[in-house]
Design a protein around this ligand. Sequence first.
Ligand code: GDP
Ligand code: GDP
Length: 440
Amino acid sequence: MALPIVAVVGRPNVGKSTFVNRIAEADEAIVHEMRGVTRDRSYHKADWNGIEFKLIDTGGIEMGTEDQFQGSIRSQAFEATNEADVIVFIVDGKTGINADDEEVARILRKTSKPVLLAVNKLDTPNKLDELWEFYQLGLGDPFPISATHGHGTGDLLDEVVDHLRKVDCSFEDEEDDEDIINVAIIGRPNAGKSSLTNRLTNNDRSIVSDVAGTTRDAIDTVVVHDGKKYRIVDTAGLRRKSQIDEDVEYYGFVRAMRAIDRADVALLVIDGSIGLTDQDQRVAGFAAERGCAMIIVLNKWDLVEGPEAKAEVRERIEDRMTFVGYAPVVATCALTGKKVDRIWDAVDKAYAGFSQTISTNKLNSWLSSIRETGHTVSQGKAVLRMKYVTQTGTCPPHFTVFVNRPDLVTDNYERFLENRLRKTFDLEGTPIRLKFKKKD
Ligand code: GDP
Ligand code: GDP
């Protein structure tokens, strides 16, 4: 069962990390810090009064200009309201309220999720004069705490778990969330998976490095785009210590498999400057076998110069990826974000096909139109006759065609029917399963 999520938000230096470190289980950081990189969020497991939860620390953003700073504070707060069950908003009791606090408060006041306001650095328990000004943030009674000394954190956590008890975690179970579209980002190391994930999730959560083959695990991010929910599973999202001497290609492949198993739509990211590789083909084959929808993302398109080189890369894909001929090819530049928006359209379209249900009526009118073309197969005197067709499954769509002689159906004929089905019912991006059963 998925753990409920508590997000800790606030501007830098208010004491978020200190607070999180105090209550998170030691050594249980789900994301390990890598030397020399500042992450902008980390996940930790924690437990209070027997209630387990996941803590997200949104700390440690390194700022550029004032504008960027405000922007990232805002997006942090938005994300927290998206994914958290309870939000702890920490402010600094020593410095008082500033414009960034007000900005975050404005966002948090709009959410229906419980928001607890913690005023930190109030190190002397009985001296709480500073507390009162924080009522103006409009988030209810502030909790005075001292993250370094621990004062007040118990009361705050009691309140947190009171809210968590009301969260029905059964519907949080990630695998069971029906409204969410699971998108796996797969592909070879260095193809641009993290960069693309960052573009799609609109943050810089996974840090991109130039080192090919830094090893990582998968990390999930839930995003809302155009009112729809997506879980982006980036198989490059987490990096483990680079000292661990692993076979990067191999582990990348294993991770891709795991992600594909949970995916509705797989984005196969190909480094356009290198072109299609054997591993890309293998991963694509696996995704096709598992039946997930697929989009081929030709990334680093900015590095492929000239129409001839571009055509060559595309042709090679067309020639060698016929077994996933349904997968649209989208050329992007994840580095600048150019054309990345087209991926959303492709994902929506692929998912629509993947999850589509077509009525038996419509299918049988389609079958009549096929019969009218007169295109059929025969062997000697025996001629294939199709009686009727019905959809027998979704995700991906399964169809069963009842025929007089299933043995007469050739691969070519099956492909012909598949293509017709795709054209008629607009089934781009998704595999289709066709079965032929005998019916006299
Ligand atoms: P973050 O950027 O929000 O994660 O803040 P940090 O946890 O890194 O804390 C920023 C600074 O505030 C550090 O120097 C901490 O030692 C200090 N700090 C955090 N909590 C307290 C507190 O309760 N009392 C005092 N006096 N200092 C604190
Ligand atoms: P991953 O290993 O698949 O997650 O790849 P990364 O996202 O870490 O990207 C690897 C390297 O390629 C980084 O240096 C990125 O900045 C760079 N990169 C990613 N996408 C593009 C792109 O579209 N164009 C160019 N020129 N470089 C890119």
